[in-house]
Design a binder for this molecule. Structure first.
Ligand code: SAM
Length: 212
């Protein structure tokens, strides 16, 4: 279920230039293989944000097939780099093969393993962190992210409206637990004193925070 009126989304997407055949192939691959990736409109927003803020060090938690890693990397300036964490062996292999087909292999480093194990061992801070992993891990991954985020840095979090269920009065049984996790997380995210935080109705709901 999309949180945005499909007609509006279709209208916005009608402006897509279609000059990114690999990205279109990746979107199709993700769709047919049920691999969740950032929606096109949220990825457009993320690309703009990268251009506006020009981060040197980006950390992504949840690579999947590297769709968003590539979209980040292609907007970075010369010295910019993305570190992306992925625990699924299958997704790591797919991500590597897609990255190989771009010119961005030198900008993207995959950290292989569980972010809950990897993040405590990272010590250099990041300008932008994109959190897009298992929803039940969001709270702990967010805590690690806040430690690793520079002051003035940006945190970008996907799925905070969770197919619309975060704000729905009736939630299907299959989504009850995940919706509970997201709603608890949203309270935590929006009440951080050291974060200027917003939830934006883009894609599946983007949490955007600036560390203050
Ligand atoms: C929503 S997908 C990421 C999509 C990707 N960011 C994109 O937009 O193209 C979530 C991915 O995070 C991975 N993941 C979930 N929890 C994780 C964790 N704790 N550590 C590392 N990877 C994790 C899953 O295996 C999955 O591939």
């Amino acid at each position: 279920m999309s949180i945005i009126n499909p007609a509006q989304l279709k209208y916005i997407e009608s402006f897509r230039k279609g000059d990114d055949s690999l990205l279109i192939e990746m979107e199709e691959y993700a769709r047919t293989n049920n691999i969740p990736i950032l929606s096109w409109d949220a990825a457009e927003f993320l690309e703009q944000l990268i251009r506006i803020t020009n981060p040197k060090r980006v950390l992504e938690i949840g690579t999947a097939i590297a769709y968003s890693s590539i979209r980040i990397a292609r907007n970075l300036k010369k010295k910019g780099m993305v570190h992306t964490i992925e625990k699924s062996v299958d997704n790591i292999a797919l991500a590597k093969s897609f990255i190989e087909r771009t010119g961005y292999g030198n900008k993207i480093t995959i950290f292989e393993g569980d972010a809950l194990d990897i993040m405590p061992g990272l010590n250099k801070k990041y300008d932008l962190i994109f959190l897009d992993a298992d929803k039940e891990d969001y709270k702990r991954l967010f805590d690690y992210s806040m430690v690793l985020l520079k002051k003035g840095g940006i945190i970008f979090i996907d799925n905070l409206l969770w197919h619309g269920y975060a704000a729905a009065s009736k939630v299907p049984k299959a989504y009850k637990v995940s919706t509970k996790h997201i709603k608890e997380f949203n309270i935590l995210f929006m009440s951080q004193v050291n974060l200027k935080a917003s939830i934006l109705p883009i894609g599946d709901g983007i949490g955007l925070g600036i560390k203050i």
